[in-house]
Design a protein around this ligand. Sequence first.
Ligand SMILES: Cc1cc2nc3c(=O)[nH]c(=O)nc-3n(C[C@H](O)[C@H](O)[C@H](O)COP(=O)(O)O)c2cc1C
Length: 472
Amino acid sequence: MKKNTPSTARQKRSEHAIDLLTDLTSCIPYLEKTGYLVRVKSAVASKYELAGIAKRFEGKKCVLFERIKGSKYPVFIGMLWNRDIVGKLFGISKKKIPFVIAKAIGDWQNNKDKLSSPIQMKGPANEVIEEDVNLFKLPIPVHAVKDGGRYFDSSVVVVKNPETGVPNTSIHRMMVTKKDRLTFLIDPDRHLGAFLDIAEKRNKPLQLTINNGVGIVPWLVSTIPKQGDGKYEIANHILGKPINLIKAQIVDAPAYANAQFVIEAEILPNKREMEGPFAEVTGYYASREKRWVMRILAITHQKNPVFHSLLSGQEVWNAVGFTAEAKIFATVRKKIPQLKAVYLDYGGCGFYGAVIQVEKNKSGVGKKAIKETFNVFQSLQRVVAVDTDVNLYDPNDVNWAITTRFNPDSDLIILKNQIGHILNPMVKINPNGKGGTVTKMGIDATAPYPKTNIFERAKFMDVNLNNYEINE
Ligand SMILES: Cc1cc2nc3c(=O)[nH]c(=O)nc-3n(C[C@H](O)[C@H](O)[C@H](O)COP(=O)(O)O)c2cc1C
C-alpha cells in the first residue's frame, strides 16, 4: 500500500464529524438524538416481519430493531432512505452532497497516491473472532415475501485485483444458502467480474471480505461505478483523512476497521448455484437463476455489533442517485460547463431517469448535455434537460417544463439499441444471457434560445410570513 501524506481535502472535519461518516456505532446515537431514528423494542422475526415493519418507515426515520428472534444482534435499517438523513450525517444541505462526492472523485483522480489507507492488524471489526463459521447466527433478513432466502444487501465487498493487488470495493446482493455458503450477483462490467475472470482462468478461488455495517461514506463510495481500482480512496478525499483498514484473519483482502461484521470468503472458481428471487431496486423480483458462489472462511465482529440491512427501494434510489449524480456532474461538466445540477429522480428508481439543469446560453446546449449524460451513466433510459428557473428536484415542476417548453418534433432524442441495465424489465436480454439492450429517450425541455418574453416565468413578491398576523 502507498504511504500517507497530509490531507488534500479542502474541508477539514472534526473527529466527531468523521466518526459520523465512517462508523455506524457513532452514527446510530446521533440519528436518535436528532430525531431520525425509531427503536423497535418488541422481539421480531428476521424473516419477513422485520422488513414488513421497516417498510412502514421507508423514506421517513431509520429503524433500530433491538431484539431479533434467534439472534443476539440488533439490526439497523434506513441509513439512506431519505436525503435529509444523509445531509444530517454529512452536516451539509442534502443538495450539496453530490458536489462533495464529485469534488472528491476529482481530487482522487488527480492525487491517486496521496491519501491511501493504512492496513492495521487490529480494529473494532476483529475484536471478536467467531469460533464457529455459521451465518445463521447473524440476523440476516428475508425481506420481501417471494425472496429466495436470507440476503446481505447492504454490505461492502473488498477484493484485490489479482494482477495489481489494488483493492476495489462494491456492493452485491448475496443470498445465504448454507451456514457457510452464499450465492450472489455480479452485473456485467463490474470489477469483481473482471477480477473473477482472471482467477477462474487460473482455476483459483478469489478471496474477499464482506464488510457489514460500515459508515455512510465508505458505503456510498463503494457504489460509484467504473472508477478503477482503489476507488475506496475517494472516501479518504471526502473525509480529508484515510479510513483505517485491517488485515483479514485468513483471506488476502483488507477489511474496514470499523465495520460491524467482517465475513471472510472466497468465490469458488467456475461454480454456479441457484440465486434469487430477490425484490430489486425496480420494485420487481429479480429472477432465480444459476449465479456465482462463495464459501465463508471466517467471521469477526465488534464486541456489540449491529447488523446493517436495507430495503431495495428509496434507499437504493438515493444511493445510486447520489453517486451517479456526482459522477455525471464531474464528467459532463468538463465538456459542458453550462451544466448546473443533476438529479436521478425516484420515478426513475434513482437509476434509469435523470433530470439535468443547464444554463442555456446558446442553442443546442440541452441536447448536447443529454447525450453526454447518457454516455457517462449507462443505466439511464430517460434524461430530461431543464433550465435554471426549473426546480429539478420537483417532479411537478419538471412536468411543467415538459408541458410548456418541449416540442416532440424537434426536442426529442431517441437512441435505439443501447446498452441497458439488466434489472430493468424493459431491457431485452441478449441471446447469450449476458447484458441487454433498450431504446433510450432524451427530452430537451429547455426554452428555445434566445429566450423570448413568452418563456419568462411569472414571479410573485417574496415575503416572510412571520411578519404578518395570520389565523390558520
Ligand atoms: C444496495 C446496492 C446493491 C447492489 N447490488 C449489486 C449486485 O448485486 N450486483 C452488482 O453487480 N452490482 C450491485 N450494485 C451496484 C454496484 O455495487 C456498484 O455499481 C459498484 O460501484 C460497482 O463497482 P465497480 O464499478 O468498481 O465494479 C449494488 C448497488 C447498491 C447500492
